[in-house]
Unconditional design. Sequence first.
Lengths: 121, 388
Amino acid sequence: MTWISAVVVGVLALFVSGTFAFSVWTDKEARRTRSRVDLLIAALNSAVVLVVVHQLLPWSSVPVALWLLPVLLVAAGVAGAVLRWPGLPWLRPDRSRRRIVADVVLEVVVAAAVVVVLVVL
Amino acid sequence: MSGVERRAGRGGRRVAAAVVAGVVTLALGAAAIPRPPALSAETTGDEALIQRVRDELPAGAFDRLAVAVVDGDEVARADFGTATGPGADEFEIGSVTKTVTASMYALAQQRGEVQRESTLGELLGVTGDASSITLEELATQHSGLPRLPADLPFTGRVLLSNLSGADPYTDDVAALVGQASRAEVDDEKPYGYSNFGMALLGQALAAAADTPWEQLVAERVAEPLGLADTYAPGDPDGLRADAPTGFTASGRHADAWTMRAFGPAGSVRSTLDDMVAYTVAQRDDRAPGVIATQPLVEAGGGGAEIGWAWMTTPHDGDGDGGRDGGGDGADGNEGSAPGGTSTWHNGMTGGYASFVGFDRDSDRAVVVLSSSAVSLDDLAFALLEEEK
């Protein structure tokens, strides 16, 4: 992996995990997670980027302590998700059930493909 | 208990659950902290060489490493985490395998099994543009074939294996022949390093001898030179018990590359002892098929020439060394002895890097084997070309 692609992967990981943490802790209504399914998808995305970062970054040349940055953000996101969970509906009321199902299936398939390629194969 | 108290109790439990969930996530993440390989601290060999190798290693995920510098009959070794002697831990030598295939090409001519003008159409039944490619063109990397087959499935496997660390070369000989029959060939046939072409050369030699290429490696190269720990596995079932695997450049485990039909381009496994014996035999003109080392045609500019797989480049002090066009890519170095030439080949698989080279004028040979896919060509050339 080149340095440029390593930086891109690192920034992407911080963005995704940071978005997850922000979405459960922010007071801004427009940015907040609006359903339990959204929470689960955001958590799944964060877990996948952790796998990507763990498997692809050249850790021999990068301080391994940097690994803890996205982990901290995900941990903050998980803690916030637990707090917000009871107050959320399962599904967003402003979206059709068909679209939600399609989004979930796509997310799960992509996540599974990434994990299979990077970890299982 | 009032409603307010009940709500306060639920809120307190929720906060506690959130803290526990966050701490557990953090603990799991900390437990999974990346643990990249580090160059083995277990060293044996020449202390000065060990120190020099340590000083000149580039950044990267190193693990096992074995280096030898041979001046005349005097061998200086630097082993990092690698046992020596019979049964020592083996390495994938990657594209250094091409020199083994080149030796077998020379031997097959001596035995009358093939001629330089024998074609892929005659020996393997290849059709299309590639049918008229000769073995000589394949051996000198002037076949006009691309570096790898341009098939979509093959390209997809290569991309996937870059992520997964798997061996992308899973085609059998029939599939290889099919890829060749569909291949576009550059009519001008300039120098062009090709794993595809070298795989076809090896399989053509196997067809001419009616013997699997892996068996030819054992019978015609390894056994005559007494290389007990050098072999071509052919497929994963052919790996020896406890065959080690290496690491990608980023420090992930990589699968063994057995390469199936592409084996003649890069599948041989060996040890430092065996590769020293092999390289010194080439340097001393006593290896089977040693004529393969003689430079024949230009290869990529900068004064570089190629024989049958073997590259010959002027020492870096004489120009740019012409190394960019040969092997798996190499850069120049400074402080080299002027006036000489290096004959060499390097190699790289998913989890290994390698280099063998010699200079007949200075009577020196160098072997570098590493269990991580980080090129050590700069170190190897520095060792090979420095003034005594």
